[in-house]
Write a protein that binds this ligand. Structure first.
Ligand SMILES: Nc1ncnc2c1ncn2[C@@H]1O[C@H](COP(=O)(O)OP(=O)(O)O)[C@@H](O)[C@H]1O
Ligand SMILES: Cc1ncc(COP(=O)(O)OP(=O)(O)O)c(N)n1
Length: 268
């Protein structure tokens, strides 16, 4: 069985972060493992508190996994602060980790800083260059490049600018634009678009976490970058189409639809 590690924060309400990642891994039939970087007190209405985990225990979690288990892919999500970022970069380099999917989480949909503003430069300098693929949303692509992004053409320009910072592939996600939900992939040679219709729902909590974990799962399973993104886009589209009205705010994506549909035991 392929083994995939998520290095990310915990979302107490289960819609984003580590919890979304592990659900996505299971739905892809890969074995999920986790290194927790921070614990958030969060629900569908917002993020209310964060406790960062110390760099020593983050390093130890990574070390004991890599010393024991062959890791086929790594997804990096919420990294919170400078110490955490530098520790993750050092450890992943030490173990020559492969198939690294970096979701450069910065601000939650409710407006909470999941990355401290002063840590942005460390993320760009130390995590971008080790990423097999980075998956910024429009806001994150703007923060990384300083460019205005208002349409697909701007997304393409931003993807090319981020590529120059070191990652092997860049996927700029279009979930926050108003037209169709088109994501733009640049692999250093060509641009590809992954387009779906915009689904009219308020329940989009954890979409970025789900997409990046699906890409990591597909890379672990041996798909190329193009195929991994294509399959992940199909997965997130179904997960949003059948998203769940759980809680009073922005509900989560649905990982069970794909899983149970495959098993023929769908119980909506
Ligand atoms: N309303 C929507 N309809 C269809 N796809 C969406 C919608 N919102 C987001 N997506 C897709 O979900 C994925 C995550 O995108 P996005 O919401 O931009 O990321 P993030 O959660 O990091 O802000 C992308 O593939 C995007 O195109
Ligand atoms: C612990 C944790 N990690 C990441 C996020 C961000 O999730 P994302 O899918 O980018 O979108 P929203 O959660 O902001 O809807 C998070 N909220 N919590």
């Amino acid at each position: 069985m392929k083994k995939v590690l998520t290095i990310a924060g915990s979302d107490s309400s289960g819609g984003a972060g580590i919890q979304a990642d592990l659900k996505t891994f299971s739905a892809h039939g890969v074995f999920g493992m986790s290194v927790i970087t921070a614990v958030t007190a969060q629900n569908t209405q917002g993020v209310f508190a964060v406790q960062d985990i110390s760099k020593d225990i983050i390093a130890k979690q990574i070390e004991v996994i890599f010393e024991d288990i062959d890791v086929d892919a790594v997804k990096i999500g919420m990294v919170s602060q400078i110490d955490t970022i530098n520790t993750i970069a050092e450890e992943l380099k030490k173990y020559n980790a492969k198939n690294i999917v970096l979701d450069p989480v910065m601000i939650s949909k409710s407006g909470f800083d999941l990355l401290r503003p002063e840590a942005k430069d460390a993320l760009i300098k130390n995590l971008l260059p080790i990423a097999t693929i980075i998956t910024p949303n429009i806001h994150e692509a703007r923060a990384i490049t300083g460019m205005e992004i208002k349409n697909i053409n701007d997304m393409e320009m931003a993807a090319k600018a981020i590529f120059e910072m070191g990652p092997k592939n860049v996927l700029v996600k279009g979930g926050h634009l108003e037209e169709d939900a088109t994501d733009v992939l640049f692999d250093g040679y060509e641009i590809n678009h992954f387009k779906s219709h915009r689904i009219n729902t308020k329940n989009t909590h954890g979409t970025g976490c789900t997409l990046s974990s699906a890409i990591a799962s597909n890379l672990a399973l041996g798909y190329s970058i193009f195929e991994a993104v294509e399959r992940a886009k199909e997965y997130i589209t179904v997960a949003i189409e059948h998203s769940l009205s759980i809680g009073k705010g922005v509900g989560p994506t649905n990982h069970f639809y794909t899983l149970y549909k495959k098993a023929g035991v769908l119980n909506e």
